[in-house]
Design a binder for this molecule. Structure first.
Ligand code: ADP
Length: 243
Protein backbone atom coordinates (compact mmCIF):
# COMPACT_ATOMS: atom_id res chain seq x y z
CA UNK A 1 0.00 0.00 0.00
CA UNK A 2 2.79 2.35 0.94
CA UNK A 3 6.47 2.16 0.31
CA UNK A 4 9.39 4.34 1.25
CA UNK A 5 12.32 3.73 -1.06
CA UNK A 6 15.97 4.56 -0.48
CA UNK A 7 15.45 7.65 1.65
CA UNK A 8 18.83 9.35 1.93
CA UNK A 9 19.57 12.43 4.01
CA UNK A 10 22.64 14.35 5.06
CA UNK A 11 22.85 17.28 7.43
CA UNK A 12 26.03 19.07 6.34
CA UNK A 13 28.69 16.38 6.11
CA UNK A 14 26.86 13.95 8.34
CA UNK A 15 24.82 11.21 6.72
CA UNK A 16 21.76 10.70 8.90
CA UNK A 17 19.76 8.31 6.68
CA UNK A 18 21.50 5.72 4.53
CA UNK A 19 19.01 4.69 1.84
CA UNK A 20 16.30 3.60 4.24
CA UNK A 21 13.44 1.59 2.71
CA UNK A 22 10.23 0.39 4.32
CA UNK A 23 7.08 -1.30 3.09
CA UNK A 24 3.80 -0.81 4.89
CA UNK A 25 0.56 -2.69 4.31
CA UNK A 26 -2.88 -1.16 4.63
CA UNK A 27 -3.93 -1.23 8.29
CA UNK A 28 -0.38 -1.73 9.54
CA UNK A 29 0.74 0.10 12.64
CA UNK A 30 4.52 0.37 12.33
CA UNK A 31 6.48 1.32 15.43
CA UNK A 32 9.94 2.74 14.77
CA UNK A 33 12.25 2.17 17.71
CA UNK A 34 15.90 2.93 18.24
CA UNK A 35 18.35 4.88 20.34
CA UNK A 36 18.37 8.65 20.35
CA UNK A 37 20.10 10.11 17.27
CA UNK A 38 19.55 7.02 15.11
CA UNK A 39 17.56 8.97 12.49
CA UNK A 40 14.00 7.95 13.38
CA UNK A 41 12.53 11.46 13.43
CA UNK A 42 14.46 12.51 10.33
CA UNK A 43 13.13 9.46 8.47
CA UNK A 44 9.56 10.32 9.46
CA UNK A 45 10.00 14.01 8.64
CA UNK A 46 11.44 13.17 5.22
CA UNK A 47 8.55 10.75 4.61
CA UNK A 48 6.12 13.50 5.64
CA UNK A 49 8.02 16.02 3.48
CA UNK A 50 8.72 18.30 6.42
CA UNK A 51 12.41 17.87 5.65
CA UNK A 52 13.53 17.38 2.09
CA UNK A 53 15.43 14.17 1.54
CA UNK A 54 18.54 14.24 -0.65
CA UNK A 55 16.93 11.38 -2.49
CA UNK A 56 14.15 8.89 -1.91
CA UNK A 57 10.61 8.10 -2.93
CA UNK A 58 7.26 7.58 -1.29
CA UNK A 59 4.87 5.36 -3.17
CA UNK A 60 1.21 5.36 -2.12
CA UNK A 61 -1.14 3.17 -4.12
CA UNK A 62 0.01 3.66 -7.68
CA UNK A 63 1.41 7.17 -7.22
CA UNK A 64 5.04 7.94 -6.60
CA UNK A 65 6.36 11.10 -4.91
CA UNK A 66 9.97 12.27 -5.09
CA UNK A 67 10.90 13.16 -1.50
CA UNK A 68 13.60 15.49 -2.77
CA UNK A 69 11.02 17.72 -4.36
CA UNK A 70 7.24 17.47 -4.58
CA UNK A 71 5.84 20.10 -6.88
CA UNK A 72 2.78 22.38 -6.63
CA UNK A 73 -0.31 20.38 -7.44
CA UNK A 74 1.27 17.08 -6.39
CA UNK A 75 2.09 18.59 -3.03
CA UNK A 76 -1.53 19.54 -2.34
CA UNK A 77 -2.62 16.01 -3.13
CA UNK A 78 0.24 14.54 -1.12
CA UNK A 79 -0.68 16.68 1.90
CA UNK A 80 -4.24 15.39 1.85
CA UNK A 81 -3.08 11.78 1.69
CA UNK A 82 -0.54 11.93 4.50
CA UNK A 83 -1.26 13.15 8.03
CA UNK A 84 1.37 14.16 10.58
CA UNK A 85 1.24 14.40 14.37
CA UNK A 86 4.14 16.20 16.04
CA UNK A 87 5.83 15.62 19.34
CA UNK A 88 4.97 19.17 20.44
CA UNK A 89 1.37 19.25 19.10
CA UNK A 90 1.99 22.37 16.92
CA UNK A 91 -1.55 23.75 17.29
CA UNK A 92 -2.38 27.32 16.32
CA UNK A 93 -2.71 29.21 19.60
CA UNK A 94 -5.11 31.76 18.15
CA UNK A 95 -7.58 29.14 16.98
CA UNK A 96 -9.97 27.03 19.01
CA UNK A 97 -9.77 23.23 19.07
CA UNK A 98 -12.44 23.15 16.37
CA UNK A 99 -10.66 25.88 14.40
CA UNK A 100 -7.44 23.85 14.44
CA UNK A 101 -9.17 20.68 13.28
CA UNK A 102 -11.08 22.36 10.45
CA UNK A 103 -8.37 24.69 9.15
CA UNK A 104 -7.07 22.27 6.50
CA UNK A 105 -10.58 21.52 5.30
CA UNK A 106 -11.48 25.19 4.96
CA UNK A 107 -8.21 26.47 3.53
CA UNK A 108 -6.71 23.61 1.50
CA UNK A 109 -9.94 21.88 0.53
CA UNK A 110 -12.02 25.09 0.36
CA UNK A 111 -14.85 23.43 2.22
CA UNK A 112 -17.72 25.58 3.52
CA UNK A 113 -17.39 26.45 7.22
CA UNK A 114 -20.63 24.69 8.06
CA UNK A 115 -19.53 21.41 6.45
CA UNK A 116 -16.02 21.61 7.87
CA UNK A 117 -17.39 22.27 11.37
CA UNK A 118 -19.62 19.22 11.13
CA UNK A 119 -16.65 16.99 10.30
CA UNK A 120 -14.51 18.76 12.92
CA UNK A 121 -17.05 18.16 15.70
CA UNK A 122 -17.33 14.49 14.76
CA UNK A 123 -13.55 14.13 14.94
CA UNK A 124 -13.36 15.90 18.29
CA UNK A 125 -16.01 13.51 19.55
CA UNK A 126 -13.92 10.61 18.28
CA UNK A 127 -10.94 11.73 20.36
CA UNK A 128 -13.16 12.36 23.39
CA UNK A 129 -13.19 16.15 23.24
CA UNK A 130 -16.67 17.16 22.10
CA UNK A 131 -16.96 19.43 25.13
CA UNK A 132 -13.71 21.25 24.31
CA UNK A 133 -14.48 22.37 20.74
CA UNK A 134 -14.44 26.07 21.62
CA UNK A 135 -11.41 25.98 23.90
CA UNK A 136 -8.11 27.54 22.87
CA UNK A 137 -4.99 25.33 23.13
CA UNK A 138 -3.70 27.27 26.17
CA UNK A 139 -6.77 26.10 28.10
CA UNK A 140 -6.21 22.45 27.26
CA UNK A 141 -3.90 19.91 28.89
CA UNK A 142 -1.01 18.49 26.86
CA UNK A 143 -2.91 15.25 26.37
CA UNK A 144 -5.98 17.14 25.16
CA UNK A 145 -3.87 19.26 22.81
CA UNK A 146 -2.33 16.14 21.33
CA UNK A 147 -5.78 14.63 20.85
CA UNK A 148 -6.83 17.80 18.99
CA UNK A 149 -3.71 17.38 16.84
CA UNK A 150 -4.74 13.79 16.08
CA UNK A 151 -8.25 14.94 15.14
CA UNK A 152 -6.64 17.55 12.87
CA UNK A 153 -4.48 14.91 11.21
CA UNK A 154 -7.58 12.79 10.57
CA UNK A 155 -9.57 15.67 9.06
CA UNK A 156 -8.46 15.24 5.46
CA UNK A 157 -9.07 11.50 5.71
CA UNK A 158 -5.43 10.60 4.96
CA UNK A 159 -4.31 7.15 3.89
CA UNK A 160 -1.51 7.10 6.44
CA UNK A 161 -0.67 9.08 9.56
CA UNK A 162 2.88 9.63 10.77
CA UNK A 163 3.35 10.18 14.50
CA UNK A 164 6.63 11.62 15.75
CA UNK A 165 7.02 10.61 19.40
CA UNK A 166 3.42 11.63 20.12
CA UNK A 167 3.66 11.20 23.89
CA UNK A 168 7.20 12.23 24.71
CA UNK A 169 6.23 15.82 25.62
CA UNK A 170 3.53 14.59 28.02
CA UNK A 171 3.53 13.82 31.71
CA UNK A 172 3.22 10.08 32.26
CA UNK A 173 -0.38 10.35 33.47
CA UNK A 174 -1.41 12.00 30.17
CA UNK A 175 0.42 9.52 27.96
CA UNK A 176 -2.25 6.83 28.33
CA UNK A 177 -5.12 8.92 27.00
CA UNK A 178 -3.20 9.71 23.81
CA UNK A 179 -2.01 6.12 23.31
CA UNK A 180 -5.60 4.94 23.80
CA UNK A 181 -6.78 7.18 20.97
CA UNK A 182 -4.01 5.82 18.74
CA UNK A 183 -4.97 2.29 19.73
CA UNK A 184 -8.60 2.96 18.78
CA UNK A 185 -7.47 4.19 15.37
CA UNK A 186 -5.38 1.03 15.01
CA UNK A 187 -8.44 -1.07 15.82
CA UNK A 188 -10.32 0.78 13.07
CA UNK A 189 -7.60 -0.15 10.59
CA UNK A 190 -5.99 3.28 10.16
CA UNK A 191 -2.49 2.86 8.71
CA UNK A 192 0.12 4.52 10.92
CA UNK A 193 3.87 4.87 11.36
CA UNK A 194 4.79 5.82 14.90
CA UNK A 195 8.22 6.83 16.17
CA UNK A 196 8.07 5.98 19.84
CA UNK A 197 9.94 5.07 23.00
CA UNK A 198 6.88 3.35 24.41
CA UNK A 199 7.86 -0.31 24.32
CA UNK A 200 4.52 -1.48 25.71
CA UNK A 201 2.74 0.37 22.93
CA UNK A 202 5.02 -1.18 20.32
CA UNK A 203 4.49 -4.60 21.83
CA UNK A 204 0.72 -4.40 22.15
CA UNK A 205 -0.50 -2.10 19.39
CA UNK A 206 2.07 -2.23 16.59
CA UNK A 207 1.68 -4.89 13.92
CA UNK A 208 5.23 -4.34 12.75
CA UNK A 209 8.33 -3.06 14.54
CA UNK A 210 11.36 -1.44 12.93
CA UNK A 211 14.59 -0.98 14.86
CA UNK A 212 16.90 1.78 13.59
CA UNK A 213 20.46 2.62 14.45
CA UNK A 214 23.00 4.92 12.77
CA UNK A 215 20.64 5.87 9.96
CA UNK A 216 19.80 2.31 9.00
CA UNK A 217 17.15 -0.27 9.70
CA UNK A 218 18.92 -2.96 11.73
CA UNK A 219 15.94 -5.29 12.09
CA UNK A 220 12.25 -5.35 11.25
CA UNK A 221 9.64 -7.94 11.95
CA UNK A 222 6.06 -8.45 13.04
CA UNK A 223 5.67 -7.24 16.58
CA UNK A 224 5.43 -10.67 18.21
CA UNK A 225 8.57 -12.08 16.60
CA UNK A 226 10.45 -8.83 17.03
CA UNK A 227 10.06 -8.97 20.79
CA UNK A 228 10.04 -12.73 21.29
CA UNK A 229 12.70 -13.74 18.77
CA UNK A 230 14.95 -10.79 17.97
CA UNK A 231 17.51 -11.89 15.40
CA UNK A 232 20.35 -9.46 16.00
CA UNK A 233 22.41 -9.13 19.14
CA UNK A 234 22.03 -5.34 18.98
CA UNK A 235 18.24 -5.64 18.92
CA UNK A 236 18.24 -8.03 21.88
CA UNK A 237 20.36 -5.61 23.85
CA UNK A 238 18.07 -2.68 23.00
CA UNK A 239 14.92 -4.58 23.99
CA UNK A 240 16.55 -5.74 27.21
CA UNK A 241 17.69 -2.23 28.17
CA UNK A 242 14.40 -0.54 27.25
CA UNK A 243 12.02 -2.98 28.90
P1 ADP B 1 16.21 10.23 16.50
O1 ADP B 1 14.84 10.64 16.12
O2 ADP B 1 16.47 8.77 16.26
O3 ADP B 1 16.60 10.64 17.89
P2 ADP B 1 17.06 12.28 14.66
O4 ADP B 1 16.46 11.93 13.37
O5 ADP B 1 16.39 13.33 15.48
O6 ADP B 1 17.24 10.94 15.52
O7 ADP B 1 18.55 12.73 14.44
C1 ADP B 1 19.49 11.96 13.70
C2 ADP B 1 20.78 12.73 13.60
O8 ADP B 1 20.59 13.89 12.79
C3 ADP B 1 21.30 13.23 14.92
O9 ADP B 1 22.70 13.09 14.93
C4 ADP B 1 20.91 14.68 14.94
O10 ADP B 1 21.81 15.43 15.70
C5 ADP B 1 20.98 15.05 13.48
N1 ADP B 1 20.02 16.12 13.12
C6 ADP B 1 18.69 16.06 13.23
N2 ADP B 1 18.10 17.20 12.79
C7 ADP B 1 19.12 18.01 12.39
C8 ADP B 1 19.20 19.33 11.84
N3 ADP B 1 18.09 20.03 11.58
N4 ADP B 1 20.41 19.82 11.55
C9 ADP B 1 21.53 19.11 11.79
N5 ADP B 1 21.53 17.87 12.31
C10 ADP B 1 20.36 17.32 12.60
Amino acid sequence: MLELKNVHKKFGETTVLKDVSLKVDKGDVVAILGPSGSGKTTFLRCAGYLNRADSGKLIIGDEEYDLKKIKGKDLLRYRSRVGFVFQSFNLYGNKTALGNVTLGLKVAQKMKKEDADKIGRKLLEKVGLSDRADFYPSKLSGGQQQRVAIARALATNPEVIFFDEPTSALDPELTGEVLNVIKELADEGVTMIVVTHEMEFARKVATKVVFMENGEIVEENNSKDFFEHPQKERTREFIYKSS
